[in-house]
Design a binder for this molecule. Sequence first.
Ligand code: SF4
Ligand code: SF4
Length: 79
Amino acid sequence: MPSVINNNCVKCGACAAICPVSAMHISDSQYVIDPDTCIDCGACIAECPQSAICNDAEASEEAIKFNAEQAKVCPSAND
Ligand code: SF4
Ligand code: SF4
């Protein structure tokens, strides 16, 4: 049950700074989370000033798909 970022993200980078497994990637429009890397610690959810992150049980199908697809092709936020 990975966390998912929606399009309220303003690319501030706060989530990537605290993720213990470097799961964030940077797409053109927003940050996304690689569902295969996220360990579901929940730390980023509280960190986001835009409340743009939630568990995938509460995320839209569109956001889940976008995060999974973009995480595979976009650069890591921690490189
Ligand atoms: S903390 Fe929130 S607004 Fe900032 S980059 Fe992460 S998801 Fe986007
Ligand atoms: S829930 Fe934890 S492991 Fe998953 S992206 Fe957020 S900070 Fe990283």
